[in-house]
Every structure is written in C-alpha cells, then in structure tokens.
Design a protein around this ligand. Structure first.
Ligand code: AMP
Ligand code: MG
Length: 417
C-alpha cells in the first residue's frame, strides 16, 4: 500500500488552478506498485505494469495483401501487357513451392510470398486468356500488394509502454505477439462514503426533509470505470467523532478514501472536523466552477478526498481530482484531456481566473458544423443537467465570455470517465 506523508497535499497559494491540482497529485501520490498477471480477456481497462517489447515481428512473414498472382519483379511487364503461365497456388496458412522463372503463382490474402516473388497483381486487374495464362497489365510497381515481414512492428520494438491504460486494440497486439497474459497493476481499493443527515438510502423510507443518496452511486460507477475495487460504505451522519472513527477504521484496507458532502466551511460541515481528528486535512480552494472546495487529507498514510455534495460539483471535481489520484495510485501515465473544438450556440459570461465547465449537448447545425448547446439552467444541484447533456464545454481561466458562433472546447463525458 502506498503510504503518504501528512503534508503531502499542503499547498501554499490562496486559490489553486485545475492544472496545479493535477500537478500536485501527479507528483506527490506514489503508485501502489503491486502487480498481477491477468488473462488477455481480463485485461481491458487495466493499467499495464511492464512494457511489452515485440517478441515477434508483425507480420511474422512476408505475405500477400490481396488475392492475385505473385511474380518476381524481373518479370513485371514494362510498357505492354504480358501473359505468363501460372504454376502453383498458395493459400493463407499454406506454404507453396518456389516460383519458377517466367511463371506467376496464384496467391491469396495472407499467404506467404512464394520464394523468388516480390510483387502481386490483384486478381481484379488481370484476366486469364484462352491458353489459361494470366495476362498482367503493364505499369505495376515492384513490391506492390505485399506486406513485408515486420512492416507493422519490427521485432524488439517497445510496442506497449508501462502505465498504459489498456484498450481492446492493445490486447489484440499482445495476442498477435502470441502472449496469453499481461502484467497489470492491481486494482485500486477505494472506500466510498456519502455524508449528511438529510440523506436516505434508496429503497428505505424517506423522511419529509430527506433526499435519496445519489452521489454515492454516481461516484462508485465512475470509480468502477477507472478499474477500482470499490467498498460501498453507506452514509455517514453529520457528527464529528463517529465520522472520524469510521474513516480511521477503513484507512488500512484501502488505497483511497472518498466522501461526498460536508466539506464547505459551514458549521454543519463535519467531514472537515472529522478528518482533522482522524488525520490531516487541507481544503483546496480550487479555481473551478462548479466545484470548490475539495478537501484533501491523509488518514493513517492513506489519501482522503472529500468532494462537494452538490451532484454536478461532485462530478466535475471527481474528474479533475479523484481521477488523477486513482491514475497516480495505479501507476498510469495520465493522458491530458483534449477538448474538441466546436461552435458555441450560446452566450456566456464568466470571471477570469477560474476554469468553468458548462454542461452542453452537441448537435450538427445546418451548415454541417458541430455546435454545443448549453443546458438552459446552471444550478450545481441539477442532476438532469448531467443526464440530458453530452459533455462539458471547458472555458479556460483567461476566458471571460462566450459569444454565439465563437469556438469553444468540448469534452465528451465518454472521454472523461
Ligand atoms: P454539502 O456539501 O454537504 O453542503 O451538500 C451540498 C448539497 O448537496 C446539499 O443540498 C445536499 O443535500 C446535497 N448532497 C450532499 N450529499 C449528497 C448525496 N450523496 N446525494 C445527493 N445529494 C447530496
Ligand atoms: Mg452535508
């Protein structure tokens, strides 16, 4: 288990930008370091622990890229078509005889190139004459329609780097090398609590002044998408000592403790006090909307993150604080989000000096350009605003207004989770 020092999240500045937050997390959170070997079918979404160097060239042997006729370059017709007798036939998976000089060999896609040949005429480009010879058109370049051994990946190349978040195509590559298993970092164990006297468990009776706890389910689902092993620890009531005891109690079994709610600076915000008595805590006043503040702490060497209670703030801060923490714990090399440029179909004003995320839907305008449509309302408590939109328009610290028709960067939810 990665042990962090109590001052790991200490931060000097008055307001912290999103980039500073990610920078601190990436540089100060140490990876858990334990790895496990999993079958390829289990490897999707996991973090690769060690680099994979190609044990085999891809393709492993030179082969035909098409169904057709293989010839040596010396037999290529230069200015006018030429008829050659066909001798031999090689299917994919078979190996054929060496080519006879002055003859073509019938070959199929994926078949090894017959010895002595280096160029393939596509079957669509030839005809068979009355004598059964293949008539080859002039003008084909030597080496055409052939896939040389190693053209995809030469043997020994570092094909997959350590820290990579494995995708289906990466797994295909491992299989193409003949591997059956990959070493991945072990799943990050995360303890999740909601906090608040007003929360009721879905499925139980709800008091008149209560609402059903929804954040915990959103956060657990987001964590699972990051490959975490999640402990659902229910709801903590707004009381300092039981809260402190519960947090302390789970620290040793988890790599990260995550809570939602109770971290503003109101007198009923008990998470702050609870974490302070269980370990150490700093409130990160992040220059982000929706979102601030986020509580960062260490309890018994285990990192603690207290997200805001408002669902949209909770969602956005998860993406920018929890996600990088989980990735750092799992030894993943973080890939920065790349917003897609789209046209704004809305007007918006914001303060400079903070990053804002505007919930938006994409649509294709009549001129074919992709446009972002802002969700009509802005409250950080509106779950419908997350449900009914496709992603977030990211407005940088320097931006103060958006005009309809202007260009903005869009981050699809699918890329954030
Ligand atoms: P807090 O951060 O505790 O001050 O909560 C801010 C707002 O978010 C309040 O309206 C809470 O009722 C709401 N809230 C807090 N936790 C949750 C939760 N787990 N699910 C849904 N809403 C929540
Ligand atoms: Mg609360």
């Amino acid at each position: 288990m990665a042990q962090l020092s109590d001052d790991c999240f200490a931060f000097g500045g008055p307001m912290m930008s999103v980039d500073e937050a990610v920078g601190i997390i990436t540089s100060r959170v140490t990876a858990v370091g334990e790895t496990e070997r999993v079958a390829l079918v289990e490897a999707d979404g996991r973090i690769l622990a060690h680099e994979v160097a190609a044990p085999l060239a891809l393709p492993p042997f030179t082969n035909s890229a098409v169904d057709g006729y293989a010839v040596p370059a010396s037999d290529l017709p230069r200015d006018k078509e030429r008829a050659l007798p066909v001798a031999g036939r090689v299917q994919a998976g078979a190996s054929g005889p060496a080519a006879k000089s002055g003859h073509a060999v019938r070959v199929f896609t994926g078949a090894p190139m017959p010895e002595g040949t280096d160029t393939v005429f596509m079957q669509e480009d030839v005809r068979i004459d009355a004598a059964g010879q293949v008539v080859l058109p002039a003008g084909l370049k030597a080496g055409a329609n052939v896939r040389p051994a190693g053209e995809d990946i030469p043997i020994g190349t570092i094909a997959l780097k350590a820290g990579r978040h494995l995708r289906p195509q990466d797994i295909a590559l491992a299989a193409a090398f003949g591997l059956t298993e990959l070493d991945v970092t072990r799943r990050i164990r995360v303890a999740v609590f909601s906090t608040g006297d007003e929360l009721a468990f879905p499925g139980t009776a709800r008091g008149a002044a209560q609402l059903f706890d929804s954040n915990r389910f959103m956060l657990m689902a987001m964590l699972r998408r990051l490959g975490c092993e999640v402990s659902d620890l229910g709801i903590l009531r707004d009381a300092r000592e039981p809260l402190a005891a519960a947090l302390k109690g789970v620290a040793s079994r988890h790599d990260l403790i995550l809570t939602t709610g109770g971290v503003s600076t109101g007198e009923e915000d008990h998470v702050k006090a609870g974490v302070e008595s269980a370990g150490s805590l700093v409130l990160w006043r992040m220059a982000i909307k929706p979102g601030r503040p986020v509580a960062m702490g260490i309890i018994g060497g285990t990192p603690f993150i207290g997200l805001p209670g408002n669902p949209v703030a909770s969602f956005v801060t998860f993406v920018h604080v929890v996600r990088p923490t989980v990735l750092a714990l799992s030894g993943a090399v973080p890939a920065p989000f790349v917003p897609m440029p789209v046209r704004a179909a809305f007007a918006y004003r914001k303060k400079s000096g903070r990053r804002e995320y505007v919930r938006a839907t994409l649509r294709r305008a009549e001129d074919g350009v992709l446009e972002a449509l802002k969700f009509p309302r802005e409250g950080a408590g509106l779950l419908s605003s997350l449900v009914d939109t496709d992603g977030l328009v990211e407005l940088d610290e320097t931006v103060t207004k958006v005009e309809p028709g202007g260009r903005v960067g869009f981050l699809a939810y699918a890329n954030l989770l």
